[in-house]
Design a protein around this ligand. Structure first.
Ligand code: ADP
Ligand code: MG
Length: 595
């Protein structure tokens, strides 16, 4: 409750103060502008969902708004029951199916191509609107406001209430899996899929919700102006607001307010200065290019700075440090652990979710992958037994990462079969495989820097972890506390976080692609000992792709050696690493260097 007040108190207080004070002190024209600012603030909130949060380039939000306005005006013309408040809602709902329809092509395309599709829709809406008038225009029948909100001052309050309700709704939504998934979607669709997020559903929901909010914004605008014209929803408006959105970051409520004020006041300021209106669009466009290049909006930047400042306090001496030295409990666990990866007995089971009893391993049979002429994998057999840590080693280009990608569903096609816990998963998408109990890490880590470690754990795990559970798994892998933002972690610690998250998700099998990269020799060895404990402690089996032989020895009970897509050896770690054939083919030099 206290935390809720701390986060929401100032914002709600400001909204309340604005509702009470502004209508009293502002002259009528400025009240009119204030209403316009809040209405564009609501439109900004719709950009906040689709552009700010989901990172989708949508240039047609004003077309959704036009639908909302059209519905409100049509119902107003018909004197439909319920009044403006109900009509607003219906206008928002009417925009949803259109939003989903526009979102459908977005499932296959992204980035600039998607921008073109949405721009196309905005252009066709322009044409339709120019050829037709909004309902009530010929009859000159303006929107009837509810008695309570009849004056401009009162309508300002209504607009603020709508804005606040949407802001609260979005904040709640951001706590859900779908809301969190948008952040990851913006950063990496590949990573999102690897974490069990259905990219299609996530994007369509973002389109639907942003269209809903834009529809309400359009209806509010109709209520503000009484009647609207096509120019209110012109394509150029969509573009200008998009630029403002990219620049400011309207997924943060303060950004939506700022964007709304800019949007409403800019035109007046330019008019007063006798400058052409297009100048505003050009200015925002130029600034937006900078924001797009840096990839960070103004409000995200400010928030990140504050978060980092707070987090550095957590990292000061006295607080737990990055790469914390082992505490007594963990040191004892490590000493008792069997370095050959058969440590599954006796290791303390962590607090948190019960260890999965439904253990299941991974069975790969005859896996063959071709990239054109290159045969990256050729009839590979590999087993990751339940409760074990299996190593997969081999020189660069041997096909290790390709094997992980095939198993987790990231390759369009492969020959052979993959079974997880005895069931075939060959026909499943990456996100479906992830939900069946697979997690992978990528050779290049891609963690959205605007997340805290705790938020990242929640995304990867697909559920909110209890605080002790999150801190426990982070500490186990030597990461700082959960509240520390990813942006201040060094590359090595991000890799550890990625591993910690994959394990915290409690999949049946975690496939880790070179987690030791970027770690010092000592850290790497420590990671190896910890990975050896994972099956017993977390109930997760591991396939470990690694170059560092000390790490492999510390972690793996068994290893398989790949060379040019063929398995050249497989068996207990020490036997395989000592086999003359393996040493000759690949390991000789490496072993001499590291042992
Ligand atoms: P490793 O992870 O063992 O270093 P990879 O699995 O990344 O090796 O690569 C195996 C082989 O497949 C290499 O010859 C590589 O060039 C090729 N390869 C990997 N991914 C692709 C791709 N997307 N397109 C074409 N060739 C690829
Ligand atoms: Mg690789």
């Amino acid at each position: 409750m206290n935390a809720l007040l701390r986060t929401w108190g100032p914002g709600l207080g400001l909204a309340l103060a604005a509702c009470v004070v502004l209508p009293l002190v502002l002259p009528p024209y400025w009240i009119y502008l204030a209403v316009a600012a809040v209405v564009s603030g609501v439109l900004m909130q719709s950009y906040g969902v689709i552009v700010g949060r989901a990172g989708v380039m949508s240039l047609c939000q004003m077309s959704f708004a036009a639908i909302g306005a059209w519905v409100v005006l049509r119902l107003n013309l018909a004197d439909a029951p319920g009044g403006l408040l109900l009509w607003l809602l219906l206008g928002g709902l009417a925009a949803v199916p259109v939003g989903v329809a526009i979102g459908l092509p977005a499932l296959r395309i992204r980035g600039v191509n998607l921008a073109v599709v949405t721009l196309g829709f905005a252009v066709s809406t322009d044409i339709v609107l120019n050829a037709n008038q909004f309902p009530g225009t010929t009859e000159l029948k303006t929107v009837v406001r509810p008695d309570l909100f009849a004056s401009d001052a009162a309508y300002f309050r209504l607009a603020v209430i709508v804005f606040v309700l949407i802001a609260i709704g979005l904040a709640l939504l951001n706590q859900t899996r779908i809301g969190r998934s948008w952040l990851e979607l913006r950063h990496s669709e590949r990573a999102a899929a690897a974490h069990g997020i259905s990219v299609a559903r996530s994007k369509l929901t973002a389109f639907a919700i942003s269209a809903f909010i834009a529809g309400i914004g359009g209806g509010l605008m109709a209520g503000q102006l009484g009647l609207v014209v096509s120019g209110n929803f012109a394509m150029m408006q969509s573009l200008a607001l998009f630029a403002v959105a990219v620049l400011i970051g309207p997924h943060n409520p303060e950004g939506a307010v700022m964007g709304g004020v800019f949007g409403a006041v800019m035109a007046t300021v330019l008019e007063k200065l006798r400058l052409p209106q297009d100048l505003g669009g050009i200015l925002f466009g130029a600034l937006a290019i900078f924001a797009l290049r840096s990839g960070v909006s103004q409000t995200d930047f400010t928030r990140a700075r504050k978060r980092e400042r707070d987090a550095r306090r957590l990292l000061e001496p006295g607080a737990r440090k990055t790469r914390a030295p082992l505490d007594g409990d963990q040191a004892a666990g490590l000493a008792a652990g069997d370095p050959q990866g058969r440590a599954s007995t006796g290791a303390p089971v962590s607090t948190g979710a019960p260890v999965s009893t439904e253990l299941g391993g991974l069975d790969v049979r005859g896996l063959t992958v071709r990239f054109g002429e290159v045969v990256a994998l050729d009839g590979v057999d590999l087993t990751v037994p339940a409760g074990g840590v299996t190593g997969l080693i081999g020189p660069n280009g041997a096909g290790k990462s390709t094997l992980i990608s095939a198993v987790t569903g990231f390759l369009a096609r492969y020959d052979g079969t993959v079974e997880l816990a005895g069931r075939s998963i060959d026909r499943l998408t990456p996100s479906a495989r992830a939900r069946r109990g697979l997690r992978r890490t990528f050779q290049t880590t891609a963690i959205a820097p605007e997340l805290t470690q705790g938020e990242y754990l929640a995304i990867v795990a697909g559920r909110r972890l209890r605080e002790e559970e999150a801190e426990d798994v982070l500490a186990f892998f030597g990461c700082p506390p959960a509240d520390v933002p990813v942006s201040i972690l060094d590359a090595g610690t991000r890799r550890l976080l990625d591993v910690a998250a994959a394990i915290a998700a409690r999949p049946l099998v975690a496939l880790l692609d070179e987690p030791g990269a970027g770690q010092s020799a000592a850290e790497s060895l420590r990671l190896g000992h910890r990975l050896a404990q994972v099956p017993g402690r977390f109930g997760v089996s591991i396939l470990l792709v690694e170059h560092d032989m000390d790490l492999v020895r510390a972690a793996c009970g068994h290893v398989t050696v790949l060379d040019f897509g063929h398995v050249i050896a497989s068996g207990p770690t020490l036997d395989v690493l000592d086999a003359p054939a393996v040493r000759a083919a690949y390991l000789g030099t490496v072993l001499e260097e590291t042992s």
